[in-house]
Design a protein around this ligand. Structure first.
Ligand SMILES: *Cc1c(COP(=O)(O)O)cnc(C)c1O
Length: 427
């Protein structure tokens, strides 16, 4: 139960969840673009970020786009076309077919499936890395053996169970789209995320590990796919002197100005990861002895980028908490707490936390979509929960977990005060 104390004074300037951190080189590359008049979607900054990122991730081709969502959209289009043949205007690349998707993720992972007229089928989450559960994925193939595309995200910068998921995909001849928007720089068995799927994406949105203020990148080893994305993202112009179009086009290319910001940030990626790792470890140490644990990862096989530090409260240390569609209520109890109380307490000292990304199967927009748990009975479990009985893994993590302030400009002293506030919630 949280009681505010004298020492819990609000920070003078807000401690953010995760905000842009500039270093100076960004301005230099942006100025270069300005002074040489390369202010469009062509230029040295774009070429350089594509080259550097291929090098870093270890993929053959990278195409710089206006957003991670744009990269995912064109990745879905490629995946759909690969499986179902050329796009029919108005029917999308998926033509009404089902696509297996990560469930506990940001909605930009799955919306592009719908842009291409696919039907997302959500796969429940595992407790070891908070990503797509391979056991539930296998179950989903039993129920929907015809599915040929899987969209998999790495939540909060923690690599999922890539080997297991890839083995299942191979066995069923399915294409993988990897959403590494949050995990740029994270590795699994020494390989970078964003290099495991057939068509992959990273994001440079303002809150990610490095940023261009906006922007994203499509990654692949297929020259044909990279060429298609280059063409589609620049309005699908054919090689003619007038505007000639044989395919649907998009205005998705990255600007050379944005690319200047990304180019200036790239040398600082590892530094940002080290800062985020120190934050994660400070929380882990500082929260010892409380009935909570940090978001888990596979310590043997993976190195996260530690983009967001999260914690989850033990079941028996949860006070009563009820969430409606937009508001939450809880009942304070001595020795117990809940995400809503902790987020309120953190916010009372001018710091920003956030609930766990609400799973897609719980979102009103996707209420009619299938959801597969390990026992193959996802929707029945959701309904049982409504009656106050059972939980699926994603819903459970959403209930008990939260994202902690993880800004790499947060000082150790500020973080200590946040930790003290969290401790006070369990008094
Ligand atoms: C941020 C994010 C995206 C979208 O990237 P944008 O660049 O903001 O379009 C996609 N998927 C996940 C998991 C994300 O966190």
């Amino acid at each position: 139960m949280f009681k505010n104390k004298e020492e819990f004074k609000p920070f003078e300037s807000k401690v953010w969840l995760s905000s842009p951190t500039m270093h100076g080189e960004e301005l230099q590359y942006v100025t270069e673009a300005y002074e040489t008049n390369w202010m469009s979607t062509v230029g040295a900054n774009i070429n350089e970020v594509e080259r550097i990122i291929c090098d870093k991730v270890g993929c053959k081709y990278a195409v710089a786009l206006s957003a991670g969502t744009a990269a995912l959209h064109l990745a879905m289009k490629l995946a759909g076309e690969k499986v179902y043949g050329g796009t029919q205007l108005g029917q999308g690349a998926f033509r009404g077919n089902r696509v297996f998707c990560s469930d506990m993720t940001f909605d930009a992972t799955v919306n592009p499936v719908v842009y291409e007229c696919g039907v997302p089928v959500f796969i429940d989450t595992e407790t070891d890395t908070w990503n797509m559960d391979p056991v539930a994925l296998e179950k989903a193939f039993e129920i929907y053996p015809e599915v040929k595309v899987i969209v998999v995200a790495h939540l909060y910068g923690v690599p999922g169970k890539i080997d297991e998921i890839k083995a299942i995909a191979d066995r069923h001849g399915a294409v993988i789209v990897e959403d590494a928007a949050e995990s740029f720089g994270a590795t699994y068995k020494g390989k970078q995320t964003g290099s495991f799927g057939d068509f992959n994406c990273i994001s440079f949105n303002g809150n990610k590990i490095i940023t261009g203020s906006a922007g994203g990148m499509f990654l692949t080893d297929s020259l044909d796919a990279a060429n298609k994305v280059r063409k589609w993202s620049t309005q699908s112009r054919e090689n003619a002197s007038w505007y000639q179009h044989e395919e649907l086009g998009y205005n998705y290319r990255m600007s050379n100005v944005i690319a200047g910001v990304v180019r200036g940030q790239l040398p600082h990626l590892e530094e940002h990861i080290a800062q985020k790792k120190a934050i994660y470890e400070r929380y882990k140490e500082g929260l010892k002895g409380l009935p909570v644990s940090m978001n888990p990862f596979d310590e043997k096989n993976s190195e996260p980028n530690y983009w967001l530090s999260c914690m989850i409260i033990d079941k028996d240390a949860m006070c009563k908490q009820v969430r409606g569609e937009k508001e939450a209520l809880y009942i304070s109890e001595a020795g117990k707490s809940c995400p809503t109380e902790i987020l309120d307490a953190i916010s009372s000292i001018n710091a920003e936390g956030r609930p766990i990304w609400k799973p897609m199967h719980m979102q009103p927009i996707y209420r009619m979509n299938p959801f597969v748990t390990r026992d193959g009975n996802g929707r029945a479990r959701t309904n049982a929960y409504i009656a106050g009985e059972a939980l699926d893994v994603g819903m459970d993590i959403f209930e008990r977990g939260l994202c902690l302030p993880s800004d790499n400009k947060m000082t150790p002293e500020q973080q200590d005060r946040i930790i003290e506030v969290i401790r006070a919630c369990f008094e």
